[in-house]
Design a protein. Structure first.
Length: 170
């Protein structure tokens, strides 16, 4: 007598992209991986930029009167960017003002810093006009300039004054 043994094998239906492994839990495609070491640098940033060229013209006073100082609080603005802490801005005249003339400055400060709100007479020695600057980028900050004279001031042809601004530690 002839006997036959039939085995029925059920084959699962797999969706496209499926993975079936036998002998353990389902696993993702093993693939390979690699790493890259990236070197980078962050530069020290301490930048200041000025805009504006004011003209300060003293008026002729009446006889016996003192000349009135002339101010400009809207022509000059500055921008500052730094990624450092404890920075300050100094201002100094490139050369001394002529006898009888005084150039003074005020400076608005970026957030978190302190500016000069009382006019500071400029000299050829750098003086702090904004202190406590830290990690900031700010623009359109106002500077005020005032030109004053006394009776010893003499007329000059094409007079100019250059003010040097520096951002530095402090």
């Amino acid at each position: 007598m002839k006997t036959s043994t039939f085995f029925k094998i059920a084959a699962p239906v797999l969706a496209a992209g499926s993975l079936m492994l036998s002998g353990g839990p389902a696993m993702a495609d093993a693939g390979s991986s690699s790493s890259v070491l990236i070197s980078y640098s962050v530069p020290t940033i301490a930048e200041i930029a000025m805009t504006g060229s004011p003209t300060l013209t003293l008026l002729v006073p009446a006889a016996g009167a003192v000349s009135t100082a002339v101010s400009d609080t809207s022509t000059v603005t500055y921008a500052v960017t730094t990624n450092l802490t404890s920075q300050k801005i100094t201002a100094a005249l490139a050369s001394a003002m002529p006898t009888g003339l005084t150039l003074s400055i005020t400076a608005a400060a970026p957030t978190g810093a302190t500016g000069t709100t009382t006019a500071l007479a400029l000299t050829t020695t750098p003086q702090s006009i904004v202190t406590g600057i830290a990690n900031v980028n700010a623009s359109s900050l106002a500077m005020g300039l005032t030109l004053a004279s006394d009776a010893t001031a003499v007329p000059a042809t094409s007079p100019t004054a250059t003010v040097d601004f520096t951002i530095t530690s402090g």
